[in-house]
Design a protein around this ligand. Structure first.
Ligand SMILES: [Zn+2]
Length: 261
């Protein structure tokens, strides 16, 4: 139990760093320098006002200097970081799979918030993500149920191409039918990154799960707010994380059910 709490505390601190990425990546600024400052008054944030979640609560969501409101998204990302660390640690322990899947989930968390805010998916996440996905799959082929390095590498490459290719074709087709841009290039690269980590079966699952959740959320939003255009990236992210926890076991169950296993 103490280990899980430690994992959650570490996750909250990592969440604090993810917030820096969320603010600075869309503006093409360094994620290392300078130190964090208030977006309203530009004064640097004191170290004791930068404690994840706690500082937000103690300051009642306002800057100590200018009293400008601080977005609730910051503590929410820190809490999500804590929850993801605890969840992946209790499920996978300190294993290559645990570290790789947790890293992907954190990258997807950053992508989700940026996509919801700006309707963009930064290449700074997806392009290195594809390369890292290929490398870790080669180093740990067991991630794809293989025992040889080239098995992992091929599975990762197949996932990357399946993810990128599928959305690219679907987007081009939808564009021809709807006569307007249906799928952003960012979504294509995002699913390619996801595929490089979880393989082509993971891509299939992610597409199915995200179409389902995306359609429900899209219809709900259209009815309640009249919003037509919703970013698809967050649903791809959710689908990929669901695959890690439920996908592989449900695919095994399905194969047994239809009598192939
Ligand atoms: Zn301020």
């Amino acid at each position: 139990m103490a280990e899980v709490i430690l994992a959650a505390l570490l996750g909250a601190c990592v969440g604090s760093f993810l917030n820096v990425c969320i603010v600075r990546l869309p503006e093409d600024r360094s994620i290392v320098f300078p130190a964090s400052h208030c977006v309203a008054c530009k004064k640097p944030i004191r170290w004791h006002d930068n404690i994840p979640v706690l500082s937000y609560v103690l300051l009642r969501g306002r800057c100590r200097d200018c009293r400008a409101g601080i977005s609730w998204v910051y503590p929410a990302v820190e809490l999500a970081g804590a929850a993801l660390f605890a969840l992946f640690y209790t499920t996978f322990g300190l294993t290559p799979a645990g570290v790789v899947y947790l890293s992907m989930a954190l990258a997807l968390l950053v992508e989700t918030v940026i996509d919801m805010r700006y309707q963009i998916i930064p290449d700074e996440i997806t392009l290195p993500g594809m390369v890292i996905g290929l490398i870790v799959s080669t180093v740990w082929p067991s991630l794809h149920g293989s025992e040889v390095w080239w098995g992992g590498a091929l599975a990762s490459l197949a996932g990357l191409l399946a993810g990128g290719g599928f959305l690219y074709l679907a987007g081009t087709l939808a564009e021809k039918i709807l006569k307007k841009e249906a799928m952003g290039g960012g979504d294509v690269k995002l699913l390619a990154m996801i595929g490089a980590v979880i393989g082509w079966q993971g891509v299939l699952w992610t597409v199915l799960a995200s179409s389902f959740t995306g359609a429900i959320a899209g219809l709900t939003l259209r009815w309640t707010t009249g919003e037509e255009r919703i970013p698809f990236g967050p649903y791809l992210a959710l689908g990929a994380v669901l695959y890690i926890f439920f996908g592989q076991s449900s695919i095994r169950w399905y194969i047994q059910m239809i009598g192939l296993g």
